[in-house]
Design a protein around this ligand. Structure first.
Ligand code: ADP
Ligand code: TRP
Length: 325
């Protein structure tokens, strides 16, 4: 049985890119009866950028509701908030003492973010250590992540190996990253990678009218309605192809090439496809957002399970390092 673990930061409401690129594939993996899945909300990591508590709480609810909306089975798996299991921070401290300073200073993600963000705090610097603790605390075997996280996984293995070497035994399990090379980068409204940081994302849980307005903002060229259009360079067509059936995609392709079909028509079709494809997730999402007590109960159940496993690992590590258990 392989233990799959992944986390999502609560630094925004999940968008279409997060859902198609991370949440849905992880839920797919969790359906394999050979796997046991550990999915958590990295709310401690989000403190690096989000200082406002009420805002973070809203994002936590939105992320939790999204996992449930896309069918994550919390009875069979483990689902929790990182901040509710204190062992994450305790293990992070032990690990930080096995992390060479240059490894953190040279991390791509730190370099890139420290140039972009105005608040470059120590949390941003030690981010990979807390991430390593998230993974090692649960003896995870496989960590499905995007390409940008590859280095963090390598650091996790290096830190765990350093600690294991010091204590002379395998106290920590070395995880493998699973990076799906086939998984495409979902384009945003402007054609760049869809991302919170670029403000080009589509929130599929918006009320109908607002969602339609966002879809209408997708960038298109100025080819007049009557002329044929190139589907392969158009963002609306690309997004439509991600969700539509083969026959629907072929039909839209034909419409573009025939002319007499405007980008407005294509965007309307995309909006309708969103409403149809996400009808059930939207219903479940809204249910949980309107019933935060139920969401809380699911998280607390998960936190109970997570804590038990975390406590075992921490006691193993404490013992190995000479802190008793
Ligand atoms: P953002 O870029 O909006 O800040 P995150 O970096 O928090 O998103 O990403 C959370 C997860 O969603 C990661 O696993 C990441 O690989 C995935 N993801 C984010 N944006 C996209 C995208 N445009 N296409 C595919 N996957 C994405
Ligand atoms: N750093 C990850 C991201 O930004 C989120 C994360 C935190 C994570 N801890 C993790 C992912 C542990 C996988 C495993 O996407």
């Amino acid at each position: 049985m392989a233990r799959i673990l992944t986390g999502i930061q609560s630094s925004g409401r999940p968008h279409l890119g997060n859902i198609l690129g991370a949440i849905q594939p992880a839920i797919e993996l969790s359906r394999d009866p050979q796997n046991e899945s550990f999915f958590f909300i990295a709310d401690l990591h989000s403190l690096i950028t989000i200082k406002e508590g009420s805002q973070r709480e809203e994002y936590i609810r939105a992320i939790a509701a999204t996992w449930l909306a896309f069918g994550f089975d919390t009875d069979r798996n483990v689902f929790w908030r990182q901040s509710r299991v204190q062992e994450h921070t305790e293990l992070a401290w032990y690990l930080s003492c096995f992390t060479p300073f240059p490894m953190l200073a040279n991390a791509h993600s730190f370099k890139e973010k420290s140039e972009r963000l105005s608040d470059v705090n120590a949390g941003l610097f030690t981010y990979p250590v807390l991430q390593a603790a998230d993974i090692l605390l649960y003896d995870a075997n496989i960590v499905p992540v995007g390409k940008d996280q590859k280095q963090h996984l390598e650091m996790t293995r290096d830190i765990a190996s350093a600690l294991n070497r010091q204590v002379g035994k395998e106290v920590l399990v070395l995880p493998e990253s699973r990076i799906d090379e086939k998984l495409m980068v979902i384009p945003g409204l402007d054609g760049q990678k869809m991302s919170k940081s670029y403000h080009n994302y589509i929130d599929i849980f918006l009320p109908e009218k607002d969602l339609r307005k966002v879809v209408m903002k997708i960038v298109s060229d100025s080819t007049p309605l009557e002329e044929p259009k190139n589907p392969d360079t158009d963002i609306t067509y690309q997004l439509y192809s991600l969700l539509a059936t083969e026959a629907e995609v072929a039909q839209m392709r034909q419409n573009y090439q025939n002319g007499g079909y405007g980008y407005g028509h294509a965007k309307q079709a995309l909006y309708e496809l969103f409403m149809e494809s996400f009808e059930e997730p939207r219903r479940i999402y809204n249910y949980y957002m309107e019933n935060p007590g139920e969401l809380e109960r699911k998280l607390e159940e998960g936190e109970e399970k997570a804590r038990q496993i975390a406590r075992n690992t921490i006691s193993r590590v404490r013992q190995a390092l000479g802190f008793g258990s």
